[in-house]
Design a protein around this ligand. Structure first.
Ligand code: FAD
Ligand code: SF4
Length: 330
């Protein structure tokens, strides 16, 4: 492991300045991903700028009735917050479906969005990998890819984004706010992650050196009736092989409003807009739910060992939307 310097930042401007002063520096949140990657040599920063003491650990209701979540809020505090539990239960469920209690006590919102893929070739520095070493190749396409992407991948990388929280935030139209030396900025989560294309090493549209300061959720009454369902290879402490975040408003047997996103299917949390289009205004029944899933999954391009994800996501969509519909009818 490379030797590195460590500094703790106490204000946002100071954190941005510290990072800007050293092109080989990285922000440190809970360290639950970055430090692991440093131990294996995937990440080799010269300096860590610890952001956990920045005043970004609050969760507050915004003027328009949305929610503002600070970047250093831990996963545990986010999941437990009464406003999140009451108004955005899909977010609480997604966060609690991830990692373990100990990890959630350390991990932060900013770090969760920027965690790297768990592709085994990416985390093994003895292997080629276009994401880690651009131009070196993608052995996953011909090799081990049972938990890789079925949507939005390219011939250069087929890795999936591992975040559960990000799937719920994507369904909820979250906006990421950040600070740079040139001032603040924001990116809707839709624009935050870049398409894979031939540059899988470029993962987000954040400007270089940007500090994530928080995430804003717009008000969304539909979100009060929402759910996250995750499928994994063991019952706890494992990443998703497929997940669905859904919010549903059914009136008089028809879908009045819906939000839908998938996890572990693409290089980013996947907003299912084609499915939402099919659902909106249609009868809230299993036939419509399956047709909506099919509309989204028509673009799926699975590899030999991950085609099961198409069926898995289709079944999850039908199951979760059916549950939400039945609950609304009670
Ligand atoms: C065993 C294990 C199981 C796990 N299971 C799951 C799971 O099931 N689901 C899931 O979603 N996650 C899971 N995780 C991943 C975990 O959720 C992430 O490691 C965690 O969310 C990362 O947050 P962190 O604050 O520790 O980030 P760090 O490791 O500190 O940082 C990650 C990246 O974000 C950058 N960064 C951090 N904060 C900021 C900021 N404010 N602005 C800009 N850049 C920043 C860092 O420079 C780094 O590049 C698991 C992790 C482990 C180790
Ligand atoms: S899928 Fe992406 S991360 Fe995995 S080996 Fe290929 S290029 Fe690397």
């Amino acid at each position: 492991m490379r030797e590195f310097g460590y500094q703790r930042a106490h204000d946002v401007a100071g954190a941005v300045a510290l990072l800007g002063a050293d092109p080989e520096a990285r922000f440190l949140g809970g360290g639950t991903n970055l430090v692991d990657l440093m131990k294996t040599g995937v990440e080799r920063p010269a300096r860590l700028v610890d952001v956990r003491e920045l005043p970004l650990d609050g969760i507050e209701v915004t003027e328009d009735g949305g929610l503002r979540i600070g970047a250093t809020v831990t996963n545990s505090d986010l999941a437990a917050h009464p406003e999140v539990r009451r108004r955005y239960p899909v977010l609480t469920q997604a966060v609690l479906a991830g990692a373990s209690g100990q990890l959630r006590n350390m991990a932060t919102v900013g770090g969760n969005l920027l965690q790297r893929t768990r592709c085994g070739y990416f985390t093994d520095v003895t292997q080629p990998c276009n994401k880690r070493t651009p131009g070196s190749g993608c052995p996953a396409i011909e090799g081990e890819h049972h938990n890789h992407a079925i949507l939005g991948a390219s011939a250069h990388c087929v890795a999936v984004h591992p975040s559960d929280m990000g799937v719920a935030l994507t369904a909820l139209d979250a906006v990421v706010t950040y600070e740079t030396a040139d001032g603040p900025g924001e990116l809707p989560l839709d624009d935050f992650y870049l398409p894979v294309g031939d540059t899988p090493h470029r993962e987000t549209a954040l400007p270089p050196g940007a500090l994530i300061t928080g995430v804003t959720l717009p008000p969304a009454p539909v979100a009060a009736h929402s759910r996250y369902r995750k499928v994994r290879e063991r019952a706890s402490y494992a990443f998703a092989i497929g997940s669905v975040a859904a919010a549903l408003d059914v009136q008089d047997g028809a879908v009045r409003d819906v939000r839908l996103a998938f996890g572990a299917v693409a290089s980013r949390p996947w907003r299912a807009r084609a499915a939402e289009q099919v659902l909106t205004g249609a009868p809230a029944d299993a036939e419509t739910f399956a047709a909506a899933a099919d509309a989204e999954l028509a673009a799926a391009d699975p590899l030999p060992h991950n085609a099961y994800k198409v069926t898995l996501i289709r079944n999850l969509v039908v199951a979760v939307l059916t549950e939400l519909t039945e609950e609304a009818a009670r």
